[in-house]
Ligand binder design. Sequence first.
Ligand SMILES: [Zn+2]
Length: 365
Amino acid sequence: MRTLSLALLVGSVSAFGLVPTRLLAVPRSGLGTSPTAVPAEVERWRGGAIAAQSLTFDDSYRSQITTLIPMLDARGLRGTFFLVSEWVDLMVWRSSWDDWGTVLRESGHEMASHSARHQENYDLAGAIQGLTGLNAVDLAYELEHSKAQIRTQLGLPDGLVFAYPYSIFNPTVRAATANHYLAARAVSGATVSATPADFYAIGSYAWEQTHTWQDMIVATNTAIARGEWAVDMIHGCDGEGWSPPASTDYALYFDHIKAQSDLGVLWVAPFGEVVRYIKERDAATVDGQGVHTAAVTSTQPLPPTPVRLTISFPAPAAWTTIQATDEGGQPVPARIVQRNGLPYALVDVLPEAPGEVAEVTVSGS
Ligand SMILES: [Zn+2]
């Protein structure tokens, strides 16, 4: 069987604020037969999934560590944990930095910020103001100290995501948050469009104890029907935390999510990973002719700690297997999928910093 190969180049060149990223697919040996002239594309979601889902957990509860995280790990699902940084260790009955360090190292869940103290800040009418009730100095403390504490304790690079305490924010809080974080979660009871209108007001579904797992899969199903992103806001379970559902309901829900993921319908990923994917995807445009050439250009710099983008292109009809390697010869995730009876190659390409070019070589047979 003849073996074909081609190269994908991803990179970007800085030019005074204009930062184009290029992806080129160049035949290395033999052109094969491309079944159609459909150009290569960047997939809406990783792996060619129809929709995305993020499971996010607030307030650093003990039951997240003892019950919910083992349930996620058993299913290979990764979530986002919005920590209230001064509650960690201070309320050791709840959770410790050792706990979260272990979760990060052993399970790869995302660690994120939910402010330093989760302050209520009541107004004169007795309504909770959250961060909007703070002066500029205290607001800066909640945002900056929380991020610094999480990064220092867990050894994380910059680029954390944030969740507003009580989901309350205003233009002042939003602007301050944007100075320190990659994106922020609020609450909406609706799915998020494939490109959020505002990365600092990303909506979510709050899971309260009155909700069954069947209530919650509405968000997932809506996201699948629309090609959108479902974000869940989860607290504790089995009596701990704000409005806690039973762990048995979570188990059924996580089973459903995993099944959709296994089918390739749903991309389940931490909140910040989906944000990075969207930013990289939307900065990329592709032209070219499928397996022969494809080019992706970008006018935006990459987010901190970029993630892999899934590129697809029609594969030669004979291809049933595919291998991809980067410039260093390391394997790059790639597979062949069937779409309308035709083989397509999906390759997860990791963009590099502006001015750099990442090359991926693909071969199939
Ligand atoms: Zn909270």
